[in-house]
Design a protein around this ligand. Structure first.
Ligand code: UD1
Length: 345
């Protein structure tokens, strides 16, 4: 019998890639999504790529009024775990609308816990972020960092959700919890059929670069050229979304293989830092397009350098990232070229 996994936020950027990886791994998949920042078309393409259907529960997981409906739907067949990605994710918007972020991201987790408890399933893989680490930690960042102090409401929802799930395990040691701390997800499925479809002006580096390359935006602003890094620009640990997807499947397998309940916080990154200028050059090489840019002021809240220690993921999940920067750029570019206006175009 194949295992049945709930994927909350399964139509989103990371969720759609996770769903394909699950289908390819022989899992049955049910997605809970309200399409607030995603497109139903993504799930059509997931089914095509994964060679199997995805069951959809269209509902707002953060809405208490939806719990009964979702539970009834979920209870129709046994569930062997959830991968929980549903939530809001724009840092700037979270500063402007903190109550919306706390309401949505925390309630989605609390409601999921209630639903999982009601249907007798105790395995949750949570979509956390390297943003839970604060300033003052040494690179590469280990999971036992000295400082946990996210600098914005979005980051704090990730931090609080991790703690809620850990407390759940403390209350009942049957729970199996993995908090996956993503570094910077980029790239797309190599088919170019699914990828990131940001609404409005992209906040993150790769979607912005891709939109400049395709001619949708005039030039990139490089936020700060005077950081104490090898070329003065910010350094991050970019990870191919396909690697991130396989990391979720590996985490799920790890949790299912444990004799008892457990909780683990695990970085998912490559362990390698890449600067903004290096990312621009790689994208230019791969796309054969010039990326005009200008160096502007630093973005408030940005750190100079952030990259992961990836030892724990290797030890626990027997997983490591396989794709390099060229492949991240090539796949991101293919998605952008084939879908210049995202799922709408
Ligand atoms: C950001 C979020 C983080 C979130 C992550 C998701 C902030 C402060 N942090 O991380 O909470 O989990 O995205 O991937 O927003 N850059 C430019 N020009 C741009 C955009 C970015 O130079 O137009 C630079 C940034 O200064 C940084 C690097 O590119 O050095 C990466 O930025 P970004 O893609 O926004 O990711 P993070 O800031 O690392």
């Amino acid at each position: 019998m194949s295992l049945h996994i709930l994927v909350t936020g399964g139509a989103g950027y990371i969720g759609s890639h996770v769903c394909v990886a699950l289908l390819e791994g022989g899992y049955q998949v049910t997605v809970i999504d309200n399409f607030s920042n995603s497109h139903p078309e993504a799930l059509e393409r997931v089914a095509k790529l994964g060679g199997g259907a995805v069951t959809l529960i269209e509902a707002d997981l953060a809405d208490e009024g939806s719990i009964d409906f979702i539970r009834q739907q979920v209870a129709e067949r046994p569930v062997h775990g959830a991968i929980h990605l549903a939530g809001l994710k724009a840092v700037g918007e979270s500063v402007a609308k903190p109550a919306l972020y706390y309401h949505t991201n925390i309630n989605a987790t609390l409601n999921l816990i209630e639903i999982m408890g009601a249907v007798g399933s105790n395995t949750i893989v949570f979509s956390s972020s390297a943003t839970v680490y604060g300033e003052g930690n040494k690179n590469p960042l280990t999971e036992a960092a000295v400082s946990y102090a996210p600098t914005n409401p979005y980051g704090r929802t990730k931090y609080y959700n991790e703690n809620i799930l850990r407390d759940l395990y403390i209350s009942n040691n049957d729970w199996r919890i993995a908090n996956l701390r993503y570094f910077n997800p980029v790239g797309a499925h190599p088919s170019g059929l699914i990828g990131e479809d940001p609404q409005g002006t992209p906040n993150n580096l790769f979607p912005y670069i891709a939109q400049v390359a395709v001619g949708r935006r005039e030039k990139l602003s490089v936020f700060g050229g005077d950081y104490p890094t090898r070329d003065g620009s910010g350094v991050r640990d970019y990870i191919h979304v396909q690697d991130l997807a396989s990391g979720h499947v590996a985490a799920l397998q790890f949790l299912h293989n444990q004799q008892e309940g457990c909780t683990a916080d695990v970085n998912l990154g490559t362990g390698k830092g890449v600067s903004v200028f290096e990312a621009i050059s790689a994208f230019e090489r791969v796309s054969s397009r010039a990326i005009p840019f200008e160096v502007t002021a630093r973005r408030p809240g940005d750190l100079a350098e952030v990259y992961a220690d990836v030892t724990l993921a290797r030890q626990l999940f027997d997983w490591e990232a396989k794709y390099d920067l060229e492949q991240m750029c090539a796949d991101h570019w293919r998605w952008q070229m084939q879908n210049p206006s995202g799922y709408n175009g």
